[in-house]
Design a protein around this ligand. Structure first.
Ligand SMILES: [Zn+2]
Length: 318
């Protein structure tokens, strides 16, 4: 029994926003957040850039915030945003849902979209687990994202050493048998800040994406691990005390190409963390006496807002 209906929290599922994005050759940003400041930064950026948005939460971020707090915080933040006249569509998605119990709990607490990540399983098991979630989500009217292929990198509790590109020969059977609304694929993006080895060409396998498009037509495709990891913020992070090695992200030009094709949802998490944290380190170094949270959190929040506003204009809506 749902404790909160997503419609009552001011949310929509992803179907209409994906349809609009595909028609316009755009993609919808799926930005992860873990606190109020990041949530507000995302909503402000998307309002300013007039872009629909998928608010994205990992299981660990949900536990950190608390499931009741999360539902009502999202509702409140959307209501505050509406006061400014913004009419963008907003979804709340569980990132990398693991099992039936966890996903059902999210749906009961107002998520309008869920991902079931059974991509590490054999194809038939992946189909079986994904289909089960599609049937469950129908009861709530929520949308479901499945995944075929394996990304490398580390993202919260998700970690994989080896990547396995999506096999275009499997996509039609997967989509038809499961009934998913969107499909996450592996074409060279990676979780975390270390997406490419130094000295290698940071390119996506857009040829695989084209083969998938030939098979599926305009079906909504999702890219995980698509932060750009800009060098200026890596430098700032290091300059003000942070430690990080060989951080290389996805070039904006690659994301633009993917977005013009059938990629409809692009996940960005690392950039939000990096921009926020490096700016916070800089501010505290320059203002060591500051103890007012409202003051020192407002600065990285503003920086993250500006970064995402530009990112939407330069990549998602390009
Ligand atoms: Zn992911």
């Amino acid at each position: 029994m749902a404790k909160y209906r997503f419609q009552d929290l001011g949310l929509e599922n992803t179907r209409e926003m994906f349809k609009r994005a595909n028609e316009n050759g755009h993609s919808v940003p799926a930005f992860n957040f873990a606190n109020l400041e990041q949530l507000k930064a995302i909503l402000e950026a998307c309002s300013t850039a007039d872009s629909d948005v998928i608010l994205q939460i990992s299981d660990s971020a949900r536990k950190y915030i608390g499931k009741e707090t999360l539902a009502l915080m999202v509702k409140g933040a959307i209501l505050d945003m509406r006061e400014s006249g913004s009419e963008i569509s907003i979804a709340l998605n569980l990132d990398h849902g693991k099992d039936f119990k966890e996903i059902k709990d999210c749906l009961d607490y107002g998520f309008s979209s869920v991902m079931i990540d059974a991509s590490h399983e054999e194809f038939s098991k992946n189909v079986e687990k994904t289909k089960e979630i599609v049937e469950l989500a129908k009861v709530y009217g929520a949308s479901v994202e499945g995944e075929l292929g394996v990304l490398s990198g580390v993202e919260d509790e998700i970690s994989s050493e080896d990547e396995k590109f999506t096999n275009p020969g499997e996509v039609v059977e997967f989509v038809e048998k499961t009934g998913v609304d969107s499909l996450a694929i592996a074409i060279g993006t990676a979780h975390g800040a270390h997406k490419f080895k130094p000295g290698t060409d940071p390119k996506l396998r857009l040829d695989i994406l084209e083969k998938i498009k030939e098979k599926l037509g305009n079906f909504p495709i999702v890219l995980h691990g698509s932060s750009s990891v800009p060098p200026e913020y890596i430098n700032k992070f290091r300059e003000f005390g942070g430690e990080i090695k060989d951080a290389i992200g996805i070039p904006d030009s690659e994301l633009q190409e993917a977005s013009k094709s059938i990629v409809t949802k692009i996940n960005v998490d690392t950039d939000g963390r990096l921009v926020f944290t490096s700016t916070l380190l800089e501010y505290m170094k320059n203002n060591p006496k500051e103890m007012d949270l409202k003051k020192y959190l407002a600065v990285p929040k503003k920086e993250m807002t500006n970064y995402y506003t530009n990112k939407i204009q330069n990549v998602f809506k390009k």
